[in-house]
Design a protein. Sequence first.
Length: 66
Amino acid sequence: MATNLALDDSLIEEAKIIGKHRTKKSVVTEALHEYIQRRKQSEILKIFHTIEFSKDYDYKQQRAVK
């Protein structure tokens, strides 16, 4: 999909150097992947303390061969 964006050239060039990318497209693609990953991680952190668990649960007992 072709898209025209007005991006800051100095930021793109810096990202190319830091990320060792050859093209602007690879810089933007990786930036989008990282953005999505961070957003998903922040959603996980939001529910982190909402899950109830038993402090005396013994996971090793569940793994024991019976």
